[in-house]
Design a binder for this molecule. Structure first.
Ligand SMILES: Cc1cc2nc3c(=O)[nH]c(=O)nc-3n(C[C@H](O)[C@H](O)[C@H](O)COP(=O)(O)OP(=O)(O)OC[C@H]3O[C@@H](n4cnc5c(N)ncnc54)[C@H](O)[C@@H]3O)c2cc1C
Length: 383
């Protein structure tokens, strides 16, 4: 038996013994996701037990080094663990911007002290992070950001406003882009970490069309931040920001995999031949996307992905997810628009469909991703 086969057997045996039955059932909605953090209320004892069991062996971040709370697995082993979890329908023990966004940036750009301080907390789900990038005047043109960060000798002083900050009102800490110099647009940005309970931080939720309110305006009013909480070099935060965005786009591209199995099987028999054909067409594209996604993740983990590939995958995955929900609504007819009843689980289908409208905006819009692909992959002249 090869080492990888032995690892697969060991992972399967461990999962069988340690993944509670409830954690092998499909999530019924966002409430079943475990976000962790100081203020997190577990949905059940088993959710807590599953997180703790996985965190204990580095399973929340299998390919991070053991010293930082990870499992120390090779990319091939991490992939096997993922496959074995998928085979029994195991839920992700932890969903976290710390894992999918900040962690990779800290691993590349953080000091040893920062890695030791922040990464194990992320791996155990103890601190929930939010992302302070966008501002009212800086979205697609992110480097136009104006949140001011002044060097006050023994600390930084931050003043300004962020917008669309997902879960800012529930997060413990923020990774935030700030302007430390106005001399150069891209060269005057720094990447700062701070506690959302710092005096001067406030949040105001914004309502989405889905009826949920997962993101906020975030205000900084004379917020004092310790000097050692800049990641990377001062004024060189743009490099960190871009690297993190690649990981964010990789995460968002996963929406294209949305659920397992064929859409045709999920919606059942459909009378309308045109709709049937559209669904079959979708299923073929979804299979192609899944294959492309597997290759992309392999290349990314091996450090061989083209730097613009996350943009390509983000675009493809989110447009596919939007199409999936359009088709689900079409197949469901007017009943699918029902918004409130218990039978519709509070209008889950329609709210999920409305939520997908944001997929091609969050993490950078589809138009911007296409611009990146055109310029950096196809070599077309930039705008
Ligand atoms: C659900 C959701 C969650 C989010 N969470 C966060 C978060 O946690 N933290 C955070 O910092 N931000 C977050 N965002 C913000 C997101 O990153 C921005 O909305 C996005 O980058 C677009 O910026 P904007 O909204 O300012 O739109 P704009 O940049 O004003 O764009 C408006 C329109 O112009 C188009 N456009 C702009 N520039 C170009 C160009 N060069 N070429 C072609 N078309 C162009 C865009 O495609 C878009 O259609 C979130 C957004 C959503 C919807």
């Amino acid at each position: 038996m090869s080492d990888l086969e032995a690892f697969r057997l060991e992972a399967r045996t461990w999962l069988e013994a340690n993944c509670p039955a409830e954690m092998r059932t499909p999530m019924r909605g966002e409430k079943d996701m475990c976000w962790g953090g100081r203020n997190w209320t577990f949905q059940s004892d088993t959710q807590k037990q599953w997180l703790e069991a996985m965190a204990e062996r580095g399973g929340t971040v299998p390919d991070w080094p053991k010293d930082y709370g990870g499992g120390g697995l090779s990319p091939a082993e991490a992939k096997i663990l993922k496959e074995e979890m998928a085979a029994i329908g195991a839920r992700a023990p932890l969903t976290s911007f710390g894992i999918s966004m900040l962690g990779p940036a800290l691993l590349k750009y953080g000091t040893e002290e920062q890695k030791k301080r922040f990464l194990p907390e992320i791996a155990r789900g103890e601190i929930r992070w939010c992302q302070g990038y966008s501002e009212p005047g800086a979205g697609s043109d992110l480097a136009g950001l104006a949140t001011k960060c002044e060097d006050r000798g023994d600390h930084w002083l931050v003043n300004g406003q962020k917008v669309w900050t997902s879960y800012a009102d529930q997060a413990d800490w923020i990774f935030c882009l700030v302007r430390t110099s106005s001399e150069s647009k891209h060269g005057g940005i720094s990447f700062l970490l701070f506690d959302m309970e710092s005096p001067g931080v406030s949040t105001k939720p914004i309502l989405l069309i889905s009826g949920n309110s997962p993101f906020c305006e975030t205000f900084f009013d004379d917020v004092k931040v310790p000097k050692n909480q800049v990641v990377g070099e001062v004024n060189k935060g743009w490099d960190v920001a871009k690297y993190l965005l690649g990981h964010e786009r990789e995460m968002i591209s996963g929406m294209g995999l949305g659920g397992s199995g064929s859409l045709g099987a999920a919606v059942g028999p459909i009378d309308d031949p045109l709709l049937r054909a559209e669904i079959a067409d979708f299923d073929v594209d979804a299979l192609a996307f899944a294959a492309m996604s597997e290759r992309f993740i392999d290349q990314l983990k091996a450090g061989e992905a083209h730097p613009a590939m996350p943009s390509m995958m983000k675009y493809a995955g989110t447009e596919l997810n939007k199409r999936r929900h359009e088709l689900l609504m079409a197949a469901g007819g007017s009943d699918a628009l029902e918004w409130d009843s218990e039978a519709s689980r509070g209008g889950k289908a329609v709210r999920d469909w409305l939520r997908t409208k944001a997929n091609s905006i969050e993490g950078g819009t589809s138009e911007v991703q296409l611009g990146i692909v055109a310029k950096h992959i196809l070599g077309l002249p930039g705008a």
